[in-house]
Ligand binder design. Structure first.
Ligand code: GLN
Length: 491
């Protein structure tokens, strides 16, 4: 392990490996996600759901995906270790997409269920392994997570383009089949590089005798399969999603509290509390940020002019891809800025960065609000300004999302790293869930509303969100000295 921690240069070589693996996984995930709502709402070749129902189901599926990362994180901590979880999760994701690819009508819900479980075992654990590449206190950690975050977005961008293109032009099943194929590459690649990770991600019960260890592992695999009918029922009827969200959150908090009381050192306890507070704030961030998949997609569709600097361009493409493109372009740059500031000892600490994220997000949503001043008499507004708002959204995201991953790995005791990473993504699940509710609240209800009415309704909503974000940012900056104390030596 020391050999890995003492790497020379800016990034350990294993980071590039994990970067590639996560890139393929996100290709598969965002590729599938990109066609999900379209497929469900397609009346001829898809499931033929109403737009409202496909939106609701889309939200439910997204919430479940992120909620399962909490369970995946716990089982990795306790039994499987990150490496085995990753391979298992990857295989389940492949099976899920393959099933839908074979027959999207027959197997859709089973396939989606498998994707949810698979992502749960995969997603939090790869991020936790990135964290373990760094020794405690290594200032290069944040930059490493920024790079990793670019990998996420290269995958998201490619998957979003390729799967949507294949699905729309050749048939939905090709989108899911290509997602499965790409995930095969991801898993094979991981199997090829896993030795380089040394002890990182090995099973925490390796010291047990083989039969005992094996039986515990098999129990996890069987437990995961037992979840299939449960999730199947819940996504089939979104009423159960509400119930699920009401139950899982409190249970997770309870589990967190039990773990907290078991931590012996008071510094360890305080860091664990600091992580929790920051994770709680991230819920609001993602609730606003994730308008992208819901209300902003509908707004782009109805109220944004399809030309960018004179070239014709579908506003929904901008809505889907601009964010990933900006992350790829600017994450390295921001990484350099942080590193440079760290050298000068002026780098803002994590809490301030979170506060900045909210303040910048507020700026972005004020720009979304301001779109009403750039609209023509028909209520159609500027794609250029819309794209600019996404640039600002992305800078906010980069101050919080990759840094949050990094922070979780710094503040959690090693044996709870997976669970806390899961909690981080569980917060995203609540963000997604809330995003749907907030978005539904701002879409104009009357069916004969004019485009101008819609423009006003949506932009009013964005102004509200800007205000929430502003308040959260100010609170974070104000309480930052307090949280900083809880974080001890962690910056
Ligand atoms: N876009 C990032 C990813 O896919 C963050 C997602 C999230 O935490 N909500 O990893």
């Amino acid at each position: 392990l020391e050999e890995i921690h003492n790497f020379k240069g800016k990034y350990p070589k294993q980071l590039w490996h994990l970067f590639m693996v996560e890139m393929w996984e996100r290709f598969c995930f965002y590729g599938m996600r990109g066609v999900l709502a379209l497929f469900m709402a397609d009346q001829l070749m898809g499931l033929g759901l109403s737009e409202k129902d496909s939106n609701l189901k889309y939200g439910a599926i997204q919430a479940f995906v992120y909620a399962f990362t909490f369970i995946g994180g716990i089982f990795a901590d306790k039994i499987l270790g990150f490496k085995k979880s990753l391979v298992f999760g990857g295989l389940v994701m492949i099976a899920g997409n393959l099933l839908i690819g074979i027959d999207p009508h027959q197997f859709f819900y089973y396939g989606i269920t498998l994707t949810i479980i698979g992502t749960g075992f995969f997603k939090p654990n790869i991020s936790s392994m990135v964290g373990e590449l760094y020794a405690e206190g290594d200032p290069r950690r944040d930059a490493g997570f920024s790079l990793f975050y670019s990998g996420i977005n290269i995958g998201a961008l490619l998957g979003g383009i390729v799967c949507v293109y294949l699905g729309k032009n050749y048939g939905w099943n090709y989108a899911f089949l290509s997602a499965a194929a790409v995930m095969v590459i991801g898993v094979l690649f991981f199997l090829a590089i896993r030795k380089e990770l040394g002890p990182i991600g090995n099973s925490p019960i390796n010291h047990l005798q083989a039969p005992k260890r094996k039986s515990r592992e098999i129990m996890v695999y069987i437990g995961a399969l037992v979840c299939i009918p449960l999730i199947y029922i819940m996504i089939n009827n979104t009423k159960y999603t509400d119930l699920f969200m009401f139950i899982v959150g409190p249970l997770a908090v309870l589990y967190y509290i039990i773990q907290l009381t078991k931590i012996e050192s008071s510094a360890g306890k305080q860091k664990f509390i600091a992580a929790f507070i920051m994770i709680a704030f991230s819920i609001l961030f993602f609730a606003i940020f994730e308008q992208a998949g819901g209300s902003l997609a509908l707004f782009a569709n109805s109220n944004v002019t399809p030309t960018l600097f004179g070239l014709s361009l579908d506003p929904n493409i901008v809505n889907n891809s601009a964010n990933s493109l900006y992350v790829i372009a600017f994450a390295p740059l921001l990484g350099i800025v942080w590193l440079w500031m760290a050298k000068k000892k002026t780098e803002p600490n994590t809490v301030i960065k979170f506060g900045l994220a909210f303040l910048i997000l507020a700026g972005a949503y004020y720009i979304f609000y301001a779109l009403r001043f750039f609209a023509n008499a028909q209520g159609m507004t500027s794609l250029e300004i819309f794209a600019l708002a996404y640039f600002v959204v992305t800078i906010a995201e980069l101050c919080l999302s990759p840094i949050g991953l990094s922070m979780v790995t710094k503040l959690s005791p090693k044996h709870l790293a997976g669970m806390m990473m899961g909690l981080w993504f569980l917060a995203s699940a609540y963000g997604q869930y809330l995003a749907g509710i907030l978005g539904a609240g701002m879409s104009d209800p009357s069916p004969d509303a004019s485009l101008t009415d819609k423009l006003m309704a949506y932009t009013d909503g964005y102004q509200q969100l800007a205000i929430y974000s502003l308040i959260a940012g100010v609170i974070l900056v104000l309480i930052s000295p307090l949280i900083r104390k809880l974080m001890h030596e962690v910056k």
